[in-house]
Design a protein around this ligand. Structure first.
Ligand SMILES: Nc1nc2c(c(=O)[nH]1)N[C@@H](CN(C=O)c1ccc(C(=O)N[C@@H](CCC(=O)O)C(=O)O)cc1)CN2
Length: 298
């Protein structure tokens, strides 16, 4: 079998177009643009690229972008003060603090300080609790984007066996909750899982989010399974080159021989992360301004 390639880049472009359409309607109804603030602390090169893309795509969708770049040695108190100011700013509907933060900062405390109504990353304790309880709320961007790709490909997920490899707060845990809410039978595997290959072999849906280049082998994949590769790992540069290749957590060529469908890296889940962030910002704007939104429009 040769898997069909799930084109996250194209799906994300479609979602952004729908967001832009709804953002224009919002501006008409609310008399202001929806606003998204992104905070970057330090100079992590990948984070700088992601934050620049977020600002650019926010503006392209017709929303107001507020970018805050703080120096590496920013104190916890200064960062919390900025979050407080953004919480209080009525032009800001969504707040995202780019992760990871420099090591001297307490990530959990910063995230928890974000007003849950502006938590477009879906990472505050209230948002996580709502997701766990099956209540409506803002959901982390990468898992929601992955779920959108899965539902677009498979339709109803009820009764399917899903394995999520990785238990991070950003991806693994919320992904498991989302799949559970879709009535999948969910296994969360992690570094202590015994016989990971065997666990993966049972799954109709594999979501790989471990951050280890090409760790999931093709021989582990059940024939016909749908594989969502969340990993974005840059390999060391080959001789004579300055930049290494990007690979996922799945050994793509091998897995594509066996799977029914698979996301590539790049061009799979990655582009969905920012598109869903824009979607979440617009959902938050509607709620904050008391303007009705047709959820199905997004
Ligand atoms: N507060 C948050 N921090 C981080 C999140 C997040 O959702 N919230 N996610 C990641 C990084 N991220 C966005 O922030 C992100 C990752 C990847 C992509 C993407 O489009 N990747 C491309 C490849 C890009 C490249 O060439 O390097 C792809 O996969 O095709 C966008 C956003 C960690 N931090």
């Amino acid at each position: 079998m040769t898997a069909s390639v799930i084109d996250g880049k194209a799906f994300a472009a479609g979602l952004r177009a729908r967001v832009a359409d709804q953002a224009a309607r919002f501006e008409q109804a609310a008399g202001r643009k929806a606003g998204l603030a992104v905070v970057l602390v330090g100079e992590d090169p990948a984070s700088q690229v992601y934050v620049a893309s977020k600002a650019k795509q926010t503006a392209e969708c017709g929303m107001a972008s507020f970018e805050h770049r703080l120096p590496e040695d920013t104190t916890q108190a200064d960062l919390l003060a900025l979050v407080d100011a953004l919480n209080a700013n009525p032009a800001v509907d969504g707040i995202l603090v780019q992760l990871p933060l420099p090591r001297h900062l307490d990530e959990q405390q910063v995230v928890a300080r974000i007003d849950p109504d502006k938590d477009v990353d879906g990472l505050t304790p209230l948002s996580s609790g709502r997701l766990a309880l099956g209540q409506p709320g803002l959901v982390p961007c990468t898992p929601l984007g992955s779920l959108m790709l899965l539902k677009d490909r498979l339709g109803d997920l009820s009764g399917l066996d899903a394995v999520v490899i990785g238990r991070s707060i950003l991806v693994g845990k919320p992904m498991a909750q989302l799949l559970l809410a879709e009535n999948c039978t969910v296994t969360v595997a992690h570094s202590r899982t015994r016989d990971l290959a065997e666990v993966v072999r049972r799954a109709d849906i594999v979501v790989a989010a471990v951050g280890r280049p090409e760790m999931i082998k093709g021989s582990w994949i059940k024939p016909g399974a749908t594989v969502i590769d969340v990993g974005i790992n840059r390999l060391p540069p080959e001789e004579g080159k300055t930049k290494g290749r990007l690979v996922g957590d799945v050994a793509y060529a091998e897995a594509a021989e066996v799977a029914g469908a698979i996301t590539p890296v790049p061009g799979g889940v990655g582009p969905m992360t920012i598109a869903v962030l824009l979607r979440n910002a617009l959902v938050a704007a509607h709620r904050n301004a008391g303007v009705a939104l047709d959820d199905k429009a997004l």
